[in-house]
Design a protein around this ligand. Sequence first.
Ligand SMILES: NC(=O)c1ccc[n+]([C@@H]2O[C@H](COP(=O)([O-])OP(=O)(O)OC[C@H]3O[C@@H](n4cnc5c(N)ncnc54)[C@H](OP(=O)(O)O)[C@@H]3O)[C@@H](O)[C@H]2O)c1
Length: 310
Amino acid sequence: MTQLCSPDGTPVSSLCFGAMQFGDRADATASREMYKACRAAGITFFDTAHVYTGGASETLLGQFVAPERDGLTIATKAGYTGGSSRANILATFEESRQRMKLDQIDILYLHRWDGAVPLAETFETLAQLQSDGKIRYIGVSNFAAWQVMKAQAVAADLGTRIDILQPMYNLVKKQAEVELLPMAQDQDIAVAPYSPLGGGLLTGKYASGGTGRLSEDSRYAARYAPDAMHKAARELSTLAAEVGHAPATLAVAWAKRHPGVTAPIISARNLEQLQPSLAAAALDLDEALYHRVSALYPAPPPATDRLEEA
Ligand SMILES: NC(=O)c1ccc[n+]([C@@H]2O[C@H](COP(=O)([O-])OP(=O)(O)OC[C@H]3O[C@@H](n4cnc5c(N)ncnc54)[C@H](OP(=O)(O)O)[C@@H]3O)[C@@H](O)[C@H]2O)c1
């Protein structure tokens, strides 16, 4: 599979760190501590977005990466608000560059599908940013597989390509396994999936009355509402205790293990929370443990029927 790398050729690490909490749930001090811990653990891949924390995420990340920028792969996203028009992408991307004080940002993702803007307009804009040297790779996030392939055909006509996907993917959100991950393997596209802990559910803390995003943010409460997801989180904690890892370590290592995954995007609000996710960098699940974790939550139905005849 194509290896994404930093401007000086350093390959992306097997974990990416997401700065979505920087400047909000993680203040500047906690953010810097987490950045330093990531670098000490060998992480070279960092993720943010124009829309995160009113710009503080990009601003803080830009400050932290400045002294060692060329050895890092830095991603941001455009178009979560305002759509994927040329005008919106160019305006928000310029703001992202200024916040981060970077001439070039390695990966620019479209944050989500925009059916209202012609793909040709969106991808001509991305191709131009690339040929101007302002971005190195094009990514898309929250796209369905058919949307990726449709956009990839438009990109190919312009002499470029989608290099990386950013779908949601964790033990209780396995939709990416059905079409996106096999497509990415077949098409040689990197994948940096987000929410490996299900927004914190898979740490096991909610089973013991803990609080966090699921109790504070109604979008996450709805996303992880089903009892079956909470049951899987409890069972993951039991299994993790049996094998001597934190549940979060096991959850991130599980997401990392899929052959279509390049680097799960880990995140936290402070250093203490971050440690078990970071520990997953050194944990390669063997086949038996991988299957035991997988079995804790059902896989979605396959993309086609009649597989019994194959
Ligand atoms: N493209 C997209 O649409 C999209 C969407 C979401 C995220 N992302 C990217 O992916 C990154 C990671 O996503 P995510 O934050 O959803 O990942 P996640 O790993 O599923 O959830 C991280 C959250 O879990 C909780 N947590 C983590 N470790 C913990 C611990 N040891 N003990 C207790 N709680 C713990 C914390 O939230 P609480 O303390 O609040 O519980 C933390 O912020 C983001 O930073 C962002 O860069 C992208």
